[in-house]
Design a protein around this ligand. Sequence first.
Ligand code: MG
Length: 389
Amino acid sequence: MTVAAVIVAGGSGLRAGGEKPKQYQLIGGRPVIWWTCKAFLDHPGVSHVQPVIGEGHEDMFSAAIDGLEMPLPVIGGSTRQDSCRIGVEAVERHGPTKILIHDAARPFVSSDLISHVIAWLERYPAVIPGMPVAETLKFAPGGIVSRTVDRASIWTAQTPQGFIYDKILGAHRKAQIEATANLTDDASVAEHAGIAISMIPGRHENKKLTTAEDIEIADRDMMGRQLENLPDIRVGQGIDIHPFDEGDAVILCGVAIPYSARLKGHSDADAAMHALTDAILGTIGEGDIGTHFPPSDPQWKGAPSRIFLAKAVELLEARRGLIANADITILAEAPKISPHVTAMKDVLSPLLHLAPERIAIKATTMEKLGAIGRKEGIMAFATVTVRLP
Ligand code: MG
């Protein structure tokens, strides 16, 4: 018995605002789709996870699923229905007996709900989770109430929607041949083909993230869920300094800031990222950057410091830890740091798997005192809090 799961992520999700489609926005420090894919990858009853993504989203997707072992995505069609059919067809080669089709924008799907849908497919060819409607329904064309709708037996449909594989494949092909477009979920496709569909209780938390507010709430919620089981709180500190040398830009927190000098060092001399890396390593007693990337090793010459930072985060996450906040202070007489803080957070946030609001980047001059005050170099301090099991 094999169960395939298709994750539908084709939409542009513009209602949620932001620069990226909602399925690629960060909640709890990871893209929405990362959590969704992980839920299915981790489920012991699911054997294949097939993402369906939008055209042109290939790079965004491969960056988003960082660290997950995922098959290549397929590119969806112009409607949700098309995208689902493409996903259903894509798993045919695995010979699944059952298939689950799930919205990428529902990252809070529980393992327990996935199990229930799979189990109910023993009794019905199609199973969908949903919530009985609790609020009073009004039929109000043009904004004027014409009547109250009887809400008894009215449910809202969630995903994952489960199907016996051959049945839904046939139903999708039938809908395609008959050019029945814009069926908004797979159950509608099944319904159109006359397949019996069972409704089972969904979960309130299994909400589809649609608006910017949904993303904000989900961000706090996802972080809270992770922190809940990580009682070991640790603080780490890092300090670094690099002198100026001839050049035209300094790199700090991965951002090149135009200046009349560069920072001198073996790597790209990103003092802020080095301090941050050491702070993270400090929380787990893993030495410092030099322990893992000896300056004597020529392969790190000119290396981008994000490699060092990614390694520290990897060591932390290997212990099932996560960063709860990072606070960086840069000491520099020049150049001016503040115009670059947003760009710096955009670099650090995906590397740290941490929301930008949990990252602080501050800068101060030395009031012309000492070596930094004489514009001989730049110094950085970092403090991080991490949480471990
Ligand atoms: Mg350094």
